[in-house]
Write a new protein. Sequence first.
Length: 237
Amino acid sequence: MMNMKDVSSYVTPAKVSEIKPVEVPKEIGENKSNYADAPKEIGENSAKAQDIPQEIGENNNLQPNTVYEVDGAKHYTDDNGEVYRVDNDLVADNAYEINGYKYETDNQGRIVSAEGKLQLKNHEGYKTIPQSTTLSEIGKGDEKATDDRGHPIGDRFNGKGDIGNLVPQDSTLNRGEYNKFEDSLAKEVAKGNEVYMKVEMDYPGKSYRPDSFIVSYSINGEEFVKVFSNDPRGEVK
């Protein structure tokens, strides 16, 4: 696993006002694994998603969009009540859902795809990303000083301001060409058209900073593809 930088321990619960501690069962599932044995760091040399027990707590169920604290580590669940994040690391080799959008991670816990039918957000104004969700937490030291905390699924489409939906993105791209592209899609959704989008992140080597975004999208079934370089050039294809 790559050397991790020290990051903030601040947590913003998803749809809950406080962290909900649970009593950890001594034995879970067929193999009698302890949930406390789930790794505290997720990445190249640590456990995959299937290694984290699926059920825990009262009635052996995890609640969706909830934060649990187990042995000092914070575990975040997605729309389906599945753990997708442990502290400031995403679970590796995993598929999860947040606000109705589907995401996948690779063996380093990097977001490699985000997709779904676009919906306009159900909150007024821009939903501020907590300042404690720092660029260094997202980029793991590979971010650039000129980067923003970019959303694969934009805030306007009800994409969450969470590590599960954030990557280092060049600020000129984020506020320029990519923003204009999202504007055009938002107008189509507002017209009542069905817009489906899939964003794939391409990473150089083991870096946590993508070097390009491949966006496949359809409007009422008609398909298009755009490629954005993660630098001030913006769209390259």
